[in-house]
Structures are given as structure tokens and as C-alpha cells.
Design a protein around this ligand. Structure first.
Ligand SMILES: [Fe+2]
Ligand SMILES: [Fe+2]
Length: 397
């Protein structure tokens, strides 16, 4: 694996402010993820500075005064190069401002998407937006008690607001095809896992929430895997695959550490991170566990068996550097190929049925004539259809 070392050139030193860092300063910085950082390309101004941390020096690269999309692109290019000694960060006290900006961009993207495709379910999109906010905190801010509380609140909101499973599954699936930049893997896994738990498996609210939070946390260990491996266009070498596998054990360790520090995360939820790549008939990693924990002490937990299905479905739908986005049909076909070995059959059967139903549901919606709504956008409100533009409400019965 090749990882270059970033050096601050003389010209950069002359152009930007460079501060020496003491070890105690590190705690005052928060790393930001590239996925959400790219949202800055859609804003005109920022109210915080973005820094490069290069070893123990801090380079103030973007300030509110010099903000430009060209500088944002330069950061993205540097991050994609996978320099081993470079982080993009904001001051910890500025992180809420960064998050607020990302939330605003996300809301706008959701609104634009709803205009493009009025068949997307508004409530699903709204809940997805909140989960995506929580997932952004988890992936970048590290797990703390306050992050775990936010995850709890979002999961609870998801379970309380759950809509028809086939509508939500259909909306998530169409959304990724319409705007892949909006798609957030952990948020969608959380949502799918919550839907499977509550709607398809008939779990209690507590258990369904655990499925959802397991989904939010499942890939937290990926922050320890270099981007050059995560985004590799081709097949992994055996050595790279070994590194990739560590995201399960390292993620679990991170969660255990957070639990010790008081984060409200149950052991069963943390176990999802460890077990989400186990396969029902064996052959998964890290341990090659088989079967249900309910039947055998070394089996896979119910929450992990749910999240595994949500994870594979979401990953196949997503566009990645090494693959195009698949539609629901292709995704289902691929999953069917190994379903009898990889997934708990009692969960898989229900999920498969619901995805099929969502395809039929959306096919029907798409085939409906759109004459009445031609040129107008309708958003579904609690009390009827809300027409965008003139705020006029049309109640439906
Ligand atoms: Fe994973
Ligand atoms: Fe995943």
C-alpha cells in the first residue's frame, strides 16, 4: 500500500498561516470526513476555517475571507491522494458550524430531489436526513456520550415515524440513483435495519432501535482503514483484504472504549460492529461464526443478522469507484445468489418480499398519469398535500 508523505512547500508557507501544534492542542481539533466536506462545494460562504494538520503543524487553508471552491477542490484532491500525515480538520468549537452547514446543504438537496421525483416519500427523506446527521458525527467526531445520545434520539425518531416498509425501501433505493452524493451508507443501513426490525420482524421498539443504532455504528472502524484501500477501484490483494477486515474488530474496540467512558451503547449494539460481516452458514469474518446466538453461544446476534442484510443491500445500491449503482432488481438478484448461505433465512425471506413489494408499488406510481400535477410539486403533509411554490394546501381523503 503506497502512502505518500505530505510536505508543506515554501510557497504554501508564505501564502497561508502555519501554527506549531502541541500534543494537547490535538484534542481541540475535529477531523472532517470527505463525504460531507464535499458539500462545501455547494455553498457560497463559510463561517469557520478549515485546516490541514500536517504532522504537528496546522495550516489554515480556508478562512471565511479566502473561501473558494478551488480551495475546496484542492483539499479534496489532497485527501484522495491518501497522504499518511495529513488530516483535514476544523476547530472543535467550530464543528457545530460545519455540521449546521452540512445539514443545510443536505436539506436543500433533499428538497431538490423531491421536486425531481415527487414519488419519493417525504417522511422517509426527512428521517434519513436526521440519521445522516448522526452518522456524520459518528464517523468523524469519534464516539462520545453526546454522539451516542444523538444516535439514540435519531434511532428513536426513526422507529416512531416508521412508514410502510416498502415505501421507505423504495424511496431509499430511488434516492441513491437520483443523487448519489446524498446517499449515506450508515444512515441507510440504520434505516433499513430499523424497518426490518420493527415492520418485518415485529420487534419491540427497544429491539428495533438497537438494530438501527447497530446500523449507524456498524462501519465506525472504517476510519482506521486508509482511503486508498476503501476506495480502491479493483480487487483487494490478500494483504489489503486483511486490513479491510480489521474495521470490524477496531470498530468494536472503539465502541467498547466509548462505553467505558459513559456512552449509552449496549454491548449487543456494539457487537453488531464486530459481527456484521459474519455469514449465517460460516465463512464470514472476523471469527467465521455460524447460526443464531439464540441457539448457540458462539452464534451471531439477532441485531447483527438484521444489519448484515441491510448492509449488503445498501452497499450494492451505492455507486462506488469500483462499481456503478445497481437498481433494486439487480441488487436483489445478486443477494439471492448467496442468500441461502449468507443470511438468516427467516429475516431474508421477509426482506426479499418487502423489496419486491416496493418495486411493484413504485412501478405502479410511475405508470400513473401525472396530468393533474403537471408543472406543480406536491409534498405530502400530515394533513394533506402541500403544494410547493404558492403554499396552497389541497386536502385529500
Ligand atoms: Fe463493514
Ligand atoms: Fe457497511
Amino acid at each position: 500500500m503506497s502512502q505518500d508523505v505530505y510536505r508543506i512547500s515554501k510557497s504554501i508557507r508564505e501564502k497561508f498561516k502555519v501554527f506549531p501544534l502541541k500534543p494537547e492542542d490535538l484534542a481541540r481539533l475535529t477531523n472532517v470526513g470527505l463525504e460531507h466536506f464535499a458539500y462545501l462545494k455547494e455553498v457560497k460562504a463559510i463561517n469557520f476555517s478549515v485546516f490541514f494538520r500536517v504532522n504537528m503543524e496546522l495550516l489554515e487553508f480556508i478562512t471565511p475571507e479566502n473561501f473558494s471552491h478551488e480551495l475546496v477542490d484542492r483539499i479534496i484532491a489532497a485527501r484522495n491522494k491518501e497522504y499518511q500525515n495529513l488530516d483535514i480538520c476544523v476547530r472543535g468549537i467550530d464543528f457545530p458550524k460545519f455540521q449546521a452547514l452540512v445539514d443545510t446543504v443536505r436539506s436543500k438537496k433533499i428538497a431538490t430531489l423531491m421536486e425531481k421525483d415527487p414519488h419519493l416519500d417525504r417522511k422517509t427523506m426527512q428521517i434519513f436526513g436526521n440519521l445522516s446527521g448522526a452518522s456524520q458525527m459518528i464517523v468523524r467526531g469519534g464516539i462520545s456520550a453526546s454522539v451516542a445520545k444523538k444516535a439514540k434520539a435519531s434511532a428513536s425518531e426513526l422507529i416512531d415515524g416508521l412508514m410502510d416498509s416498502h415505501v421507505a425501501i423504495g424511496t431509499l433505493s430511488r434516492m441513491v440513483l437520483a443523487d448519489s452524493t446524498l446517499y449515506d451508507h450508515s444512515a441507510s443501513v440504520a434505516m433499513l435495519a430499523g424497518i426490518i426490525g420493527k415492520n418485518l420482524m415485529g420487534m419491540s421498539k427497544i429491539d428495533a432501535e438497537r438494530c438501527a443504532r447497530g446500523g449507524l455504528y456498524h462501519d465506525v472502524g472504517k476510519t482506521c482503514v486508509p482511503n486508498s484501500i476503501l476506495n480502491k477501484p479493483g480487487k483487494f490483494t490478500p494483504e489489503e483484504f486483511e486490513i479491510m477486515k480489521t474495521h470490524t474488530t477496531l470498530g468494536y474496540e472503539e465502541l467498547k472504549k466509548a462505553i467505558l467512558e459513559g456512552a449509552p451503547i449496549e454491548e449487543e449494539v456494539a457487537l453488531v460492529t464486530l459481527e456484521h460481516h459474519e455469514k449465517f452458514s460460516g465463512g464470514g469474518y472476523p471469527y467465521g461464526k455460524t447460526g443464531r446466538r439464540e441457539d448457540r453461544a458462539d452464534g451471531i446476534s439477532i441485531y447483527a443478522r438484521v444489519v448484515t442484510i441491510a448492509d449488503v443491500y445498501s452497499a450494492l445500491l451505492m455507486k462506488r469507484v469500483y462499481k456503478d449503482a445497481y437498481d433494486q432488481n439487480q441488487t436483489l438478484e445478486i443477494m439471492r445468489g448467496s442468500a441461502d448461505r449468507d443470511y438468516d433465512p427467516s429475516i431474508w425471506k421477509k426482506f426479499e418480499k418487502s423489496v419486491d413489494k416496493s418495486q411493484v408499488h413504485y412501478k405502479e406510481l410511475d405508470s400513473r398519469p401525472v396530468d393533474q400535477s403537471k408543472g406543480r410539486i406536491f409534498l405530502m403533509d400530515d394533513d394533506g398535500f402541500h403544494q410547493m411554490g404558492n403554499k396552497k394546501k389541497t386536502n385529500v381523503s
